[in-house]
Design a protein around this ligand. Structure first.
Ligand SMILES: *Cc1c(COP(=O)(O)O)cnc(C)c1O
Length: 418
C-alpha cells in the first residue's frame, strides 16, 4: 500500500490530487490521513493504524535555532504552537482534502457555522457584494444580515433555481456567490456547474455548503466550486456527539482561507478532530444506508394522501431533481415533506407520538429525527406558499420498515387532528 511513499515528509495535505492518485473514493476514505510520521515511532519497527490524539498548547523546541527556523516556516504542518494544530487535526484536514479532488488544503473550525463565517470573511471586504442563495441555512443568512451588512458588505439573495441566470444578477462589485445544494429545509438542487462557469468568467469566488451530500456524493471542486464547506457535525462525525466544521479550497484560494482562519484564532480540539476522523472512516457505508433507508421512506410517503409533496432530491417532484440526477453520486438521509392541509396541532400530534424519531436540531447521526420547519420565514428572493405545514425528517440507520410503521401511525394521528 502506498501510504508511506505517497506522503513524503513535508508534503502538503492537498498534494493528494496529483494525477497519479487513481484510488477510488472509498479506498481513499480508508487510507487517507494516516501518514507514517503520525503513526510510527522514529527508528522503530511497526506502527499503529490511526494517528493518536496529540493534545498541546506549548510546543517544545530542541534549541533556539530550531525555534527560529519554525517561526519562519509555514506552520500548517509543523509543530509550532497549539493553536496551529497538531497531527491529529492535520490528519483530518489531510483526509478531507483528499476526498475533494482538486483541493489544495482544508482548514478546520469549531463548528459548521464558524467555517461558513470564516470562509466568507476570507474572501469579502467592505464595498464588496455577496450573492447568497435564498434557501441558505438560517444561521448563514443571519451572519450575512448581522455581521456582513454592518461591515459594509452588500448581500443580495437569489432564487436557488436561477442556474445560468445568475449572470443577470452580477454587478461590478459582486465578489462572491454562495450556494447550498440542496437548500436547507426545502431541498432545491442548484445548477452548480452553470453558476460556477459564469463566476469563473468574471473572476468571482464561489462557495458551497456541501453538508448534505459530502464530497462522497458531490465532489464540489470538480464542479467548479472554489471553497467547499462542511458542517462535519453532521455526516462526517455521524454520531451526534461532536461539533466541528471544515472548509476546503482550491490552490488559488487556499492561502487566503488559511490566513483568515489563523487571524480569527480558529482551531479545533484534537479529541473532536480525532472523533471526526473516526467517523469519516465509515462515511461510505453509513451514507449508503442513509440513502437506501431515506429513499424507501420517502417513496412510501410520496404515495400517502396526507402528504402533498416529498422534497427529496432523488424524487422527481423535488425542484432541481434532474440536476441531482445529472451531478450527484447519491442522496443522503435528510428530506422534507409538505403536508396536505392541517396545522401546527396536527403536526405536533404526528411528531409527538413517534417512537423511533427524536425531536431535535442537527442531523447526520445514526438516529432518525423529525422536526417541524417553517421555510416561509427564511426567504426573501422567493416565496414559499406550500399546501400545508412542512416536516423535515432525518432517516437514520434503523430498519426503514420500523420507521415506516411508526410514520404510518403518525399519519393516522395527523388525519384524526385535521
Ligand atoms: C448544521 C448545518 C450547518 C452548521 O453546522 P454547525 O456545526 O451546527 O455549526 C451548516 N450548514 C448546514 C446545511 C447545516 O445543516
Amino acid at each position: 500500500m502506498g501510504l508511506r511513499s505517497r506522503h513524503a515528509k513535508g508534503d502538503w495535505p492537498g498534494m493528494s490530487d496529483e494525477p497519479e492518485d487513481k484510488r477510488r473514493p472509498l479506498t481513499r476514505l480508508a487510507q487517507t490521513g494516516r501518514r507514517a510520521e503520525w503513526t510510527r515511532m522514529p527508528d522503530r519497527p511497526g506502527g499503529i493504524v490511526n494517528p493518536p490524539v496529540w493534545r498541546a498548547s506549548t510546543i517544545l523546541y530542541d534549541d533556539v535555532a530550531h525555534l527560529r527556523a519554525a517561526a519562519g516556516s509555514d506552520p500548517h504542518e509543523r509543530l509550532f504552537y497549539g493553536r496551529k494544530g497538531t497531527p491529529t487535526a492535520w490528519s483530518l484536514a489531510d483526509a478531507l482534502t483528499e476526498m475533494e479532488p482538486g483541493a489544495k488544503g482544508t482548514m478546520l473550525y469549531p463548528s459548521g457555522v464558524a467555517a461558513i463565517a470564516c470562509a466568507l470573511m476570507a474572501v469579502l471586504k467592505p464595498g464588496d457584494r455577496l450573492l447568497m442563495v435564498d434557501a441558505a441555512y438560517d444561521p448563514t443568512r443571519a451572519f450575512c444580515e448581522k455581521m456582513l451588512r454592518p461591515l459594509g458588505i452588500d448581500v443580495d439573495y437569489y432564487d436557488p433555481l436561477v442556474g445560468a441566470g445568475i449572470a443577470e444578477l452580477l454587478t461590478d462589485n459582486t465578489r462572491a456567490i454562495f450556494m447550498e445544494s440542496p437548500g436547507s429545509l426545502t431541498f432545491e438542487v442548484q445548477d452548480v456547474p452553470a453558476i460556477t462557469a459564469v463566476a469563473r468568467e468574471r473572476g468571482i469566488v464561489t462557495l458551497l455548503d456541501n453538508t448534505w451530500a459530502t464530497p462522497l456524493f458531490f465532489p464540489a471542486l470538480k464542479h467548479g466550486i472554489d471553497i467547499s464547506i462542511l458542517a462535519c457535525t453532521k455526516y462526517i462525525v455521524g454520531h451526534s456527539d461532536v461539533m466541528i466544521g471544515a472548509a476546503t479550497a482550491t490552490p488559488e484560494l487556499w492561502s487566503k482561507l488559511r490566513s483568515a482562519a489563523y487571524l480569527f484564532g480558529q482551531m479545533t480540539s484534537p479529541d473532536d478532530a480525532w472523533l471526526a476522523a473516526r467517523g469519516l472512516r465509515t462515511l461510505g457505508v453509513r451514507l449508503s444506508q442513509h440513502q437506501d433507508g431515506g429513499l424507501k421512506v420517502a417513496q412510501w410517503l410520496a404515495e400517502r394522501p396526507e402528504v402533498a409533496q416529498v422534497l427529496h432530491p432523488a424524487l422527481p417532484g423535488c425542484p432541481g431533481h434532474e440536476i441531482w440526477a445529472r451531478d450527484f453520486g447519491g442522496a443522503s438521509g435528510l428530506f422534507s415533506m409538505v403536508m396536505r392541509g392541517g396545522d401546527k396541532d396536527a403536526v405536533a400530534a404526528l411528531i409527538d407520538g413517534l417512537a423511533h424519531f427524536g425531536i431535535g436540531y442537527s442531523w447526520g447521526g445514526f438516529e432518525s429525527l423529525a422536526l417541524p420547519v417553517h421555510p416561509a420565514g427564511y426567504r426573501t428572493a422567493t416565496q414559499w406558499d406550500a399546501a400545508g405545514p412542512v416536516i423535515r425528517l432525518h432517516i437514520g440507520l434503523e430498519d426503514p420498515d420500523d420507521l415506516i410503521a411508526d410514520l404510518d401511525a403518525g399519519l393516522a394521528r395527523y388525519r384524526a387532528a385535521l
